[in-house]
Design a protein around this ligand. Sequence first.
Ligand code: CA2
Length: 146
Amino acid sequence: MKKILVIHGPNLNLLGVRETSIYGSSSLEEINAKLEGLARVSGVELTFFQSNHEGDIVDIIGKSHRDGFSAIVINPAAYTHTSVAIRDAISAVNVPAVEVHLSNIYKREEFRHHSLIAPACVGQVSGFGVQSYVLGLSAAIALLSK
Ligand code: CA2
């Protein structure tokens, strides 16, 4: 069975508790459960990883090929706008990545309009709440049969 790595960046562990008007009321566990449902019917295996630490995210991406992952779905959260290291890690591994955001980063503060990660990804989904993850995972699953 093909394996997909789902990475949640910093502070996404707080979902469902604060800032619900921007990010919705689903917890990270609820988002993961929803993705599990799609994975089950699609015949793929998911591994979930959340970290508030840039280096830990770089490390798991760096060994993703070795660990047998065929695709990555990543919400880099605030690192979207700052992390050359995560971008370089995605560019360095031979594993296609899909970037997802709960909010529409292009209609928020100007500093969120630019993603350093996007050029290293196959594509990006932004602004659909939990559905961004579902769409992103669907896109990643479609990549597997390419
Ligand atoms: O819209 C997204 O998914 C973001 O990646 C979320 C990041 C933000 O920095 C990006 O610009 C867009 C923030 C995630 C923090 O999540 C929180 C959840 C609850 C309470 C506070 C923060």
